[in-house]
Design a protein around this ligand. Structure first.
Ligand code: NDP
Ligand code: 2IT
Length: 449
């Protein structure tokens, strides 16, 4: 609940300007609530207009994406790019292809990206994009044609000094390759810095594929060490999702000595008390692009359950929601708390509903918010941009070492800000304030343009 009259006014303007965009409202409200105490102490934030500007995207682009399917039928999708904030660097953020994509989803993601990118310490502003295109069941040719059409419009809005997209849900190495190929064709420029998540053979960074999931675990590891004097060793972990973030979060948690007993996709979840076999999972999800239910055909000791929410009734010490927004609600939080959960770190963007987050915090569960915990992906995207600029390529070990340093740094920035705000350990507050301060300073220095 906002009590500060100025911030109430800012929020009301967001509601009026973006009617019905509930995810965007949710993301903005969380940040405004975090800034409340800070704004009361620093009245200059009311007069300089920074917060009014922060909640209004610099630019919002919406376009038609026509393509022809394998049956010769014309299809039309809607494409988006939000260029939210360029105070500290070119707009930077992924592209999501999923039927649920709309202006609310893109704005919430672009808004959160601004703070996340600030926390990485790298010079990247906030952006996000995507389409309501559904990649499920599409042939490789259809994916290629869609990506080419999408880039045929997007190319005029991006560039290494302007806006640098990457992957997100439904956009991985294959799609980034097709998008980059079309950009090159249209512009006649091998401009590697225009998109990240590229294949290693044409300017991609080693370790980018693993970066978000590994980063979630590096963040969680530091949180466990500093706030609980503990580690992943011998912990039972539940990871929702089975895409890019979930797979590599599960892999790193396992390497760090935990047992990952459950994972999911949008149809249901698998439970394997012996620890999920990631070689089998990768073969199903990455190579065959099939459903997670097939896991039980290969691992008879495992069980499959229909539905998305059941995974949160699995008893665990650590939960890493890595699928999508609002996938974990208050009922789910209550089940996890009753089953003795100790730590939750968000791998997906905004996976916990606000009441679920509040329930964890009230129960004293250590909570790592998405903006901080999942910043490893965009961090290595930033490192990919550095390598492209230098025309160099670093080893996996070098990238991974830098990633670890960045994630440890993000934890401490968020923790220190929570202490400075008088709420030690409230990392939601800490991440929002720490991310905000750098962006706000840069905006003020540039005349809040
Ligand atoms: P992927 O497309 O690789 O995987 C997404 C996973 O989440 C799949 O298992 C998918 O299941 C599941 N999922 C997607 N939508 C839903 C839904 N509506 N309900 C239930 N399950 C769903 O995406 P990523 O792993 O890249 O992204 C996962 C999350 O992490 C997103 O929130 C993304 O924004 C965030 N993120 C991603 C980063 C990256 O570098 N890729 C960086 C930081 C955050 P199914 O196969 O059935 O669709
Ligand atoms: O949500 C995210 O941080 C991403 N999808 C990664 C963005 C990027 O530019 O690498």
């Amino acid at each position: 609940m906002l009590t500060n009259a100025y911030l109430q006014g800012v929020y009301q303007t967001v509601l009026n300007r973006n009617p019905g965009e509930s995810e965007f409202h949710q993301a903005v409200l969380e940040v405004l609530e975090s800034l409340e105490a800070y704004v009361e102490m620093h009245p200059e934030f009311e007069t300089n207009g920074v917060i009014d500007a922060l909640v209004e995207p610099e630019r919002f682009i919406c376009f038609r994406v026509p393509w022809v399917d394998d049956h010769g039928r014309q299809q039309i999708n809607r494409g988006f790019r939000v260029q939210f904030n360029s105070a500290i660097g070119p707009y930077k953020g992924g592209l999501r292809f999923h039927p649920s994509v709309n202006s609310s989803i893109i704005k919430f993601l672009g808004f959160e990206q601004t703070f996340k990118n600030s926390l990485t310490t790298l010079p990247m502003g906030g952006g996000k994009g995507g389409s309501d295109f559904d990649p499920k069941g599409k042939s490789n040719t259809e994916i290629l044609h869609f990506c080419q059409s999408f880039m045929t419009e997007l190319y005029r809005h991006i560039g290494q000094f302007t806006d640098v997209p990457a992957g997100d849900i439904g956009v991985g190495a294959r799609e980034v390759g097709y998008l980059f190929g079309q950009y090159k064709r249209i512009t006649n420029r091998f401009d590697g810095g225009v998109i990240t998540g590229k294949g290693i053979s044409f300017g991609g960074s080693k370790g980018r594929t693993e970066a978000t999931g590994y980063g979630v675990c590096y963040f969680t590891q530091e949180l466990l060490a500093c706030m609980k004097n503990d580690s992943f060793k011998d912990k039972i972990v539940v990871v929702s999702g089975s895409g890019n973030v979930a797979t590599y979060a599960a892999e790193k948690a396992t390497q760090l000595g935990a047992t990952v007993v459950a994972m999911s996709d949008s149809d249901g979840y698998i439970y394997d008390p012996n620890g999920i076999r990631l070689d089998i999972l990768k073969e199903i999800k990455q190579i065959r692009r099939a459903r997670i239910s097939e896991y039980v055909f290969q691992v008879p000791t495992a069980q499959y359950f229909e539905g998305c929410h059941g995974i949160w009734s699995v008893k665990c010490d650590i939960a890493l929601p890595c699928a999508t927004q609002n996938e974990l609600n208050l009922d789910d939080a209550k089940k996890l708390i009753a089953n003795g959960i100790q730590v939750l770190c968000e791998g997906a963007n905004m996976p916990c509903t606000p009441d679920a987050t509040a329930a964890f915090q009230e129960a004293g569960i250590l909570f790592g918010p998405a903006k901080a915990a999942n910043a490893g992906g965009v961090s290595v995207s930033g490192l990919e941009m550095s390598q492209n600029s230098q025309r160099l390529s670093w080893t996996f070990e070098e990238v991974d070492e830098r990633l670890q340093g960045i994630m440890v740094g993000i934890f401490h920035a968020a923790y220190d800000a929570s202490v400075a705000c008088g709420k030690p350990g409230n990392l939601v507050l800490g991440a929002n304030v720490a991310g905000f301060l750098k962006v706000a300073e840069a905006m003020i220095a540039q005349g809040v343009v």
